[in-house]
Design a protein around this ligand. Sequence first.
Ligand code: HEM
Length: 498
Amino acid sequence: MDAGALQLAATAVAIVAVALVCRWFLVACAARGRKQRPRLPPGSTGLPLIGETLRLISAYKTPDPEPFIDERVARHGGVFTTHIFGERTVFSADPAFNRLLLAAEGPAVNCSYPSSINTLLGARFLVLTRAPAHKRLHSLTLTRLGRPASQPLLAHIDRLVLATMRQWEPTATVRLLDEAKKITFNLTVKQLVSIEPGPWTESLRCEYVKLIDGFFSIPFPFASFLPFTTYGQALKSRKKVAGALREVIRRRMEERGEENGVKEEMDGKREKKDMVEELLEADGGSFSEEEMVDFCLSLLVAGYETTSVLMTVAVKFLTETPAALAQLKEEHENMTKMKGENQPLEWSDYKSMNFTQCVINETLRVANIISGVFRRANTDIHFKGYTIPKGCKIFASFRAVHLNNEPYENARTFDPWRWQSNNKLQNEVGANLFTPFGGGPRLCPGYELARVVISVFLHHLVMRFSWEAAEEDRLLFFPTTRTLKGYPINLTRRSKSV
Ligand code: HEM
């Protein structure tokens, strides 16, 4: 090889070497860049400002909203990024991530609901409070509403359900959702302020219904000056409901002032008669009047729609699944035979309603009104190689997990028997897969109460009535789960005494 050729070869080798070094350098830089830039879960943020909100709403307005989530999970995986209700939001359909979010409440994430809802509920609604106030109010709620095993509460539920059914004619058409709402409202009022159903509770309920409508309306700015809008009307009704509760609480505070000397010694040992008494005596009476009003009002909201919709949908599913209805009837007839007719229900009876619990689980799985919970990251959160930055909104979708065909075979079919077999739904993995009442520090304090109310309601319904759907009705999922017509049914009384 001559000197020229040698020089050419050397130059070529040098060029290749420099190119290789440059490539290595660029790859290294890119890798470093990737390391430094947090990688959000993949997804699409849709149109400017609107994001994917309209797509989400139009999916949830159909009888089958699942494709909205299914398509994104198929494309991006169980945790993806979207843009809904005015904000970039990380959406989770992943049971492990949902569980992590529920447990991380406080240090890593906090509840985050729209400010229009905060205004309607007041600052003392449990989901808006943070530790340590949250812990204190959560445990008070559990004390009052979370122990349906106590005989006075169970007896009261039994009595209230029967009182509502006694108002039904021997053959009648009723809108089941309305009746269920009366039961849950009256029950909560009694637990809060010890007032029995009557004109006071009914007028409070009428205002309260308008307040609830406000959650699903547009919160126009200055809405309090626009009482003709749904949100403006809701704000007005909030004032009225709060005023009525304030009157009761004020009277109780005065009565307590007068009785103080007499009762003080016994107070520690005595069972408190209602939530107001719990509040008046908690922490040496440190709750202000306004705090008590806000807190009671928000508890009325928490249990009302959730439990009554579930009662209605459970009856709809049972009507459409005759084998399940027959098995449920048999369970309650056998129980009644064992204990004797017209005996009040006891805790052991509730505990023996095994198939009823399967029906309730399955209704919660297929059509829970709470489809998931919103959180906001307090810090960067790392999951499966992704980083969800501090401040980002996150939606943990329970519905996406509950309707996933992998853990739940034929997930979109109502099948209460799936809860009978001893399968993975019953073990630790199952705890991640079934979270209708949330979890972690914000686990719903009314979860046992809701189950008991529905069980007692189903017991009296199947023992005392037969029924059929009065007209076609269907499930709706927007703005929340419910049936289009409130499920009207034609009832026939089975026995003489109700
Ligand atoms: C079928 C009925 C019910 C369902 C599906 C349900 C579901 C839930 C869920 C998922 C949460 C968690 C919210 C979050 O983490 O952001 C929650 C919280 C809550 N629930 Fe329920 N609930 C029901 C009935 C009730 C009842 C009967 C009451 C009491 C009257 C109640 C009172 C509350 C309260 C006060 C919270 C807030 C807890 C906290 O932030 O510490 N719920 N509920």
